[in-house]
Design a protein around this ligand. Sequence first.
Ligand code: GRG
Length: 291
Amino acid sequence: MLKFEEQLGKYQSKIEEYLRNNCSVHPQQPQQTLFDSMRYSLLAGGKRLRPVLVFDFCRMCGGNWEKAMPFAAALEAIHTSSLIHDDLPCMDNDDYRRGRLTNHKVYGEDVAVLAGDALLIAAFSYISQSDYCADVRIRAVEYLADCVGELGMVGGQMLDIQSEQRQCTEQEVLDIQSRKTGALIRAAAVLGVLAGNGTQEQLKAAEDFADHIGLAFQIRDDMLDQIGDAQVLGKAVNTDGVKNTFVQIYGIEECDKLVNKHTALARQALHAFAENGFMLDLADYLIHRMK
Ligand code: GRG
């Protein structure tokens, strides 16, 4: 096994290559502006955390992680679609994302909405057309749809919108996080286990890991909005002013402790996997991330 940074770099470059060569490439079709808009955001970099989770959970279960490429691409396509929609003037109204102008700033709101729609749909097409047996594909589609839909990420965004004008309780903020950010991270880990033909116990452990790492990730995200550097983050900072965030509830110092606590709990869940070195390191790496 390669050193952590090398393995991370390998996962990231493989998904970059796959997305570039396979997603929304239709040279003979007349909707070129739509494809350009989709690829503009999809190929804008980003940490590729969700694909990395798919790959390494698959590998830890003894599967061939490169075969899981369509699952990883699906996760990144949905994540990107949510970022495009999240940045729209009717949502967060942001000008920068991943170090470049947001999608609607370049292509206009009409095209940006369609690019987000098409990326979301494409994700399910990647899974449906992958090389796995029908049972695995259906289970993956079902799990992912639940995590993304009205009770998952979209439902979490709805709760976030509904709570904008009032102070939420701690429990409400936790619930919003677990749907809005956590659910897609959970889907990434679980689809990795499905791709690797893992056991029921491994599936449960992947959910457990993802719930804790997702929470640590969102708390760190809220912290970075306060203490981060816009240049490094590739997006504006101090934008959470009117929102209910973990920093508002706990303050920076307590947030720091919580990130450490939930990372430790996430690492514990990895006992269900024999070759868990990379994932243990990834959890630690995320604690200190600056972007
Ligand atoms: C179109 C599927 C769809 C959803 C619409 C707008 C919306 C509903 C949901 C918003 C979900 C959202 C943007 C949650 C925030 C998640 C989050 C912490 C994003 C940052 O993820 P990183 O740091 O970003 O992994 P990079 O750029 O590195 O990929």
